[in-house]
Write a protein that binds this ligand. Structure first.
Ligand SMILES: Nc1ncnc2c1ncn2[C@@H]1O[C@H](COP(=O)(O)OP(=O)(O)O)[C@@H](O)[C@H]1O
Ligand SMILES: [Mg+2]
Length: 249
């Protein structure tokens, strides 16, 4: 089943900039997709259509068979997003309040929220930080907090926009582990990143964007050959294999 269906999507910003030119994209439920492409190629613009933060100028975006525009609340429950800047996503006075914010907004009931928040904090290993102020967390902990906020909403699709940017090595490992756990639990994963060597071994599909279009789309090993043409640095061949998998253990 295709959990994401995008047809003939074009997005032009109010100042006239063409953010997306012509996008057709279907993503199967449970897939692990990596999206790469140079700055300004339209990656963030694309994923912002998945939960209605942006609306198509032309075309349609469906999540689990229903148009995003038709039912925004449903789309926001189904698609969780971790934005580029985890700091700007912090909204709560405490770690607990921060994680509870999303489900409260999506109007889940209170008992359900308490359960979900507790479970989400446990999963990302921040249970003991419940009463702490989020701004005191480290970079990696802040991203894990953002992930907990998404988990608490129990989405089916989780989008990570540059999840490794400016993280140190332990931070990258922590975040990557969380992403892999979510994928193993059956979620559909989209990761936007420049750091292909960090995730590509786990992905079953690689999409390259360029100037608002998808210019390559396929099994990573089959398409990495010429992606440098589009300004995307390819990982070295060995990093597509078992070495990266073992690196996590
Ligand atoms: N709010 C906006 N208004 C006008 N142009 C924008 C806006 N947001 C992004 N753009 C432009 O749209 C294009 C795609 O941007 P973006 O999706 O952010 O690229 P990426 O995430 O791949 O770096 C770029 O040319 C960018 O400058
Ligand atoms: Mg971006």
């Amino acid at each position: 089943m295709d959990i994401i269906e995008i047809e003939n999507l074009k997005h032009r910003f109010s100042d006239g900039t063409l953010g997306l030119d012509h996008i057709n994209l279907k993503i199967k439920a449970g897939a692990f997709v990596v999206v790469a492409g140079p700055n300004g190629s339209g990656k963030t613009t694309l994923i912002r259509h998945l939960n209605g933060l942006l609306r198509p100028t032309i075309g349609s975006v469906k999540v689990a068979g229903v148009s995003v525009q038709q039912d925004l609340l449903r789309a926001r429950r189904l698609v969780g997003m971790m934005f580029q800047d985890a700091d700007s996503q912090i909204v709560g006075e405490t770690v607990y309040a921060d994680v509870a914010f999303g489900p409260e907004n999506l109007r889940f009931d209170h008992d359900q929220i308490r359960e979900r928040v507790a479970l989400a904090l446990e999963v990302v290993g921040l249970k003991d930080f419940s009463d702490q102020r989020p701004h005191l967390l480290s970079g990696g902990e802040k991203r894990r907090l953002a992930i907990a906020g998404i988990l608490a909403m129990e989405p089916k699709v989780i989008v990570f926009d540059e999840p490794f940017a400016s993280l140190d090595y332990p931070g990258v490992k922590q975040v990557l582990k969380q992403i892999l756990t979510l994928h193993q639990a059956g979620d559909t994963i989209l990761v936007i990143t420049h750091d292909l060597e960090k995730v590509l071994a786990h992905a079953d599909r690689l999409i390259i964007m360029h100037k608002g279009n998808i210019v390559r789309d396929g099994v990573p090993a089959e398409i990495i050959g010429d992606i440098e043409t589009f300004g995307v640095r390819a990982p070295c061949a060995s990093q597509l294999g078992m070495e990266v998998l073992s690196w996590l253990n």
